[in-house]
Design a protein around this ligand. Structure first.
Ligand code: AMP
Length: 352
């Protein structure tokens, strides 16, 4: 079952207050600039709400990358993020603090660092769903020092992902793929036993065919696009899944499997998709993944995509608008869907 929601920033009295806002501004950088500002944009509704309601000052903090050495300080400085945020919200009341992970106390949930962050602030708002599975100073420590509220994005993530844990509309179809089974094992086990069908493609399908780690029987591809080598321009042909020529690799689900997977998805009332059907980075092996993305777009039910590669695939297929919810949190969405409590969420009092 899904847990009660934390109290919303919408209920906080922010007029004239100084607010510490933990956002997820962990964006990709390229050549000293923000390469993709999706996460910055996703944090704007909460920031704007605080400003519209008369906040005196909003101090935005976030981690950026995984700085380890002294040289990493230049590479992961917040300046490019600060500059982009200033373009999007030109308001002098907004300041962006330096990368929280520059302080070694951050990842240890160090109280002294939490005190420094909280110093001079009246309220704490956590909107960083992508970091909610980590008990750090900026996600948990500060919530113990200041009155804490959940931001709008954090709540949207909890509501949408929470629907998959609550009373689901059936048929409920789970679609998974990619290369690594271990990362998704917990989610597949937890949600898979509630699903009406679990469709598995990608490299994962081969592992599962060898030894099924689940206590349900997933639907595997019947045909694959086989390639003579792991290369973009390798010789390739469609073969039955169980008749791969010796030394060949299945790099995508085949046309027959695409039809079967797409039919199950379009007829579902609830779908969760995580993990590509093949090596979709190479166009010749992307068709299975694109077929799943399009089927998701056609499905009239509640459709959720989580995980970097599947998110990228729905954008590349041009169907992001037709998907009900695209999760911004990788590890956090997986942990939530595994049924685990997220420390960043548990640190905020529940809604009255
Ligand atoms: P993951 O991080 O586990 O979701 O794996 C994503 C990666 O799996 C992508 O980079 C895909 O190229 C790769 N992948 C998907 N299917 C296959 C496959 N059949 N063989 C090799 N790699 C694959």
């Amino acid at each position: 079952m899904s847990s009660p929601l934390p109290r919303s920033v919408d209920t906080a009295d922010v007029d004239g207050r100084t607010i510490l806002l933990r956002a997820d501004l962990n964006v990709p950088l390229e050549g000293g600039r923000v390469a993709d500002d999706t996460r910055i944009r996703a944090s704007l509704p909460t920031l704007r709400l605080l400003l519209d309601r008369g906040a005196r000052e909003v101090r935005v903090c976030s981690h950026l990358g995984r700085p380890k050495s002294e040289e990493d300080r230049a590479r992961y400085a917040m300046e490019p993020v600060r500059a982009r945020l200033r373009e999007l919200v030109p308001d002098e009341r907004v300041t962006v603090l330096e990368n929280t992970r520059f302080n070694p106390g951050e990842t240890k949930n160090d109280t002294d660092f939490a005190r420094r962050l909280a110093d001079g602030c009246d309220l704490y708002v956590d909107d960083a769903f992508g970091s909610a599975h980590r008990a750090h100073s900026s996600t948990v420590g500060v919530a113990e020092l200041l009155p804490a509220y959940a931001g709008l994005l954090l709540l949207d993530e909890l509501r949408n992902l929470g629907r998959l844990l609550g009373d689901i509309e059936r048929p409920f179809v789970l679609v998974s793929g990619g290369a690594k089974v271990e990362d998704k094992l917990g989610v597949l086990q937890h949600l898979g036993s509630r699903a009406d069908s679990v469709l598995i493609g990608g490299k994962m399908a081969e592992d599962v065919r060898g030894e099924n780690p689940f206590d349900f029987d997933p639907v595997l591809p019947t045909d694959v696009v086989a390639a003579s080598a792991f290369a973009e321009d390798a010789e390739s042909r469609v073969t039955p899944f169980d008749a791969l020529p010796d030394g060949w690799l299945g790099l995508d689900i085949g046309p027959e499997s695409r039809v079967v997977f797409a039919r199950a998805i379009t007829q579902a009332q609830t779908v969760f998709w995580n993990g590509p059907m093949g090596v979709f980075e190479w166009p010749r092996f992307a068709e299975g993944t694109v077929a799943v993305a399009r089927a998701l777009a056609e499905c009239a039910g509640f459709t959720v995509v989580g995980g970097g590669d599947s998110v990228r695939a729905v954008h590349e297929a041009g169907v992001a608008e037709q998907v009900s919810w695209i999760s911004t949190g990788g590890g956090a969405s997986l942990e939530l869907l595994e049924g685990k409590e997220l420390p960043g969420v548990a640190a905020i009092p529940v809604a009255a």
